[in-house]
Design a protein around this ligand. Structure first.
Ligand SMILES: [Zn+2]
Length: 71
């Protein structure tokens, strides 16, 4: 019996939140969306357990992204 585990599988989901914030890349206010990136342990290539969850702010105009600090 062979078990195949994997690490680092990453999924990205849109939180649906939009904010108007200053974008350091555009150098002006822009619509910033918040995305959630989760890392998964996979078992036979299926994600079973997420061990890392990070939120990023992404500028919708230029694609600039920055990790959000934990609140
Ligand atoms: Zn921008």
């Amino acid at each position: 019996m062979i078990f195949i585990f994997g690490f680092g599988h990453q999924t990205e989901s849109d939180s649906g939140i939009r904010e108007e914030l200053y974008c350091p890349s555009c150098r002006r206010n822009a619509i910033i969306k918040i995305i959630i990136i989760k890392k998964w342990i996979t078992f036979f290539f299926l994600p079973v357990f997420s061990y890392s969850k990070k939120r990023f702010r992404v500028c919708e105009s230029c694609g600039y992204s920055a990790e959000m600090q934990k609140e």
